[in-house]
Design a protein around this ligand. Sequence first.
Ligand code: MN
Length: 225
Amino acid sequence: MVGVEALCRWDDLERGSIPPGVFIPLAEDSGLIQSLGRWVLRESTQQLKAWHEAGHTELLMAVNLSARQFQHGAVLTQVEEALVASGINPARLELELTESVLLHDGEAVMSTLRQLKALGVKLSIDDFGTGYSSFAYLRRFKFYKIKIDQSFVRDLIDDPEDAAIVRGIISLAISLGLAVLAEGVETDAIAQRLKTLKCTYAQGYHFARPLRPEVLAAKFLSEAD
Ligand code: MN
């Protein structure tokens, strides 16, 4: 295991668990995504700091960013704040953005990405292949990793088209010198196939379902020195 991805959940006393697919768009529409995003960055880096201090110094934490956080470059301040407050090694923080971020206001976004990179953090493209993919930005900015969307990975074994797309994305990433990760890996058969396709990383229910930090630590981090 090389890292974890921070996932946000909302447990409401009356309505139960509200899925992120419901509350994230609401937060984006209402503008609350700015304070939610800032809070997520703070919480995740504090958690990572605790795990680093417990001896798991190589562990990476991936945090999802919303396109809205890029407006006025707000995300830059939020990431700087989180890095200063936690004191973690910036190279252990991975920021995930979707292709939609790259669609809007090209120059402003590129400038923010360059400034983020200058802080020493890693930048990855999330859900790759589902947005309005433009290969131009792969040429303009050196990302750390491409995360292949789970919709291509799920039927990798049975669907030749999905297999062709996954193989293509992996070879694109390798040729560009980027790390590549398959999302939504649910079976050992898929994990094995990805290995033969030379996919660097994988994540999904096959490895672990979303866990609370203390459960994750007990299950996956107890062996470390
Ligand atoms: Mn993600």
